[in-house]
Design a binder for this molecule. Structure first.
Ligand code: URA
Length: 434
């Protein structure tokens, strides 16, 4: 019998059948080398979107993606190597204070991050607002910075998981992003290529996240923890709230400033809570005493670690002491409350979209961003406010930019007579040791 064609395989998945290990390897290799065209892979990803992949198919699919390019070899590194990945949200700058805190506790952190798209921000865009800071390295440079400082804050190199680069761009234009098997294989193939001892996932749930429902977020977390187990990497996941922006700053340079606040021992409560919880979890997976987290901050060692990695990556470390080195907006304009009462909604997606429209994010891959513009959220869920109190301060280049987003931004808040039920920030935990 002749080998099945790509069309046959699409039909198998379309009709709900399983793909064999060889079928999956053939599909991923062929798509990566260009012998399988976009239109056939688009049909395949839509079939997977609708029919799913079972646990065996998913493990092979992830493995084929992982081996579509280079894989890091960090076996020479002294000490444990642990990373964190967030599924993304609005105001989510956690990686920036978290990575130096954990590295200051003696754990290697090869933090590989992404760029913002749509309403969600990207850690690389934020980091690149630090004067001189670069995030693009080949595997040798990446490993050298990690070996010297115990920390590297970089983008995914061209040769790491090339299958994901192509597949993600395809999914982005074919309405197949929000599929649990496709998201989990995309994330986990990149993380497994980092040669980690442990991985902590921050799976966001709420209006500003990929997953708006807790059940879906839990399924995504369980699926990724399962892929980790199949590859002998300990993975644990926190499911955390993303109904409202995390912290107060939404933008790029302003999010670096807020991250510096956390490292200096301050910062907004929600951001501090998530950062410290994830830091303790990373230390736990690395078998390092979790109580070291607070000391890393109060002793100043975490801030020093950030300054060290900024220098190693070509940036100006003086930014850790002088925020005026960061780009600033031309003007700040206050949006005021028009009602008295309690904030019952402070919608992450609406605020994220408004920040993107100001230029802090990109509508399409490859768009430029404006590092200086952004939004500072003054009124958050449960706050009691009066008419005229600030809801947000909007940093812009000019007033007409503000006028374009003013009405939409104002619609992010609901103010009512009664306070909302308090919601916990850490919604759930998934992972065999938790
Ligand atoms: N982040 C990724 O890296 N991949 C996805 O599919 C979704 C979010």
């Amino acid at each position: 019998m002749s080998a099945p064609t790509v069309t046959d395989l699409i039909a198998v998945k379309r009709d709900g059948g399983p793909l064999s290990d060889d079928d999956i390897k053939y599909l991923i290799a062929g798509y990566t080398d260009g012998s399988i065209p976009d239109y056939q892979m688009a049909a395949m990803t839509m079939a997977i979107y609708i029919r799913g992949l079972d646990a065996d198919e998913l493990s092979v699919w992830t493995d084929a993606m992982l081996h579509s390019g280079d894989v890091l070899d960090l076996s020479r590194m002294e000490g444990p190597t642990v990373d964190k990945h967030s599924t993304g949200g609005v105001g989510d700058k956690v990686s920036i204070p978290l990575a130096p805190i954990v590295a200051a506790c003696g754990v290697n952190v090869p933090m590989m991050s992404g760029r913002g798209l749509g309403h969600t921000g990207g850690t690389l865009d934020k980091l690149e607002t630090i004067p001189g800071f670069t995030t693009s390295f080949d595997a040798t440079q990446f490993e050298a910075i990690l070996a010297d400082t115990g920390l590297v804050l970089a983008g995914q190199s061209e040769r790491l998981v090339p299958a994901d680069r192509k597949l993600y761009a395809l999914r982005d234009t074919t309405a197949t992003v929000s599929s649990i098997p496709l998201i989990s294989s995309s994330i986990m193939s990149k993380k497994l290529a980092e040669d980690l001892d442990g991985l902590v996932l921050d799976v966001k749930v709420g209006s500003g996240a990929f997953m708006t429902e807790s059940d879906d977020a839990r399924r995504l977390a369980e699926t990724m923890v399962g892929i980790g187990a199949a590859h002998d990497v300990t993975v644990s996941a926190l499911i955390t709230a993303m109904d409202q922006p995390l912290g107060r700053a939404v933008g790029n340079a302003n999010e670096i400033a807020e991250s510096l606040d956390v490292l200096a021992g301050g910062g907004p409560d929600d951001l501090v809570e998530i950062t410290k919880t994830l830091a303790r979890e990373m230390l736990r997976l690395a078998h390092v005493d979790e109580t070291k987290v607070d000391d890393a901050i109060t002793s100043g060692r975490a801030m020093e670690k950030l300054a060290e990695v900024i220098s190693a990556q070509g940036g100006n470390p003086a930014v850790t002491e002088d925020r005026s080195l960061l780009p600033l907006p031309e003007q700040e304009i206050v949006i005021e409350a028009t009602d008295d009462g309690f904030v019952t909604r402070c919608d992450a997606r609406t605020i994220g979209v408004a920040a993107m429209r100001l230029g802090a994010g990109r509508r399409r891959k490859g768009d430029d961003i404006d590092p200086a513009v952004g939004i500072r959220v003054e009124a958050k869920l449960g706050d009691r406010i009066s008419v005229g109190d600030p809801l947000a301060v909007v940093g812009v280049r000019n007033r007409s930019q503000f006028e374009e987003i003013e009405e939409a931004l104002l619609s992010a808040w609901s103010v009512e007579e009664y306070a909302p039920e308090p919601r916990s920030l850490i919604v759930d935990r998934v992972g065999d040791e938790l």
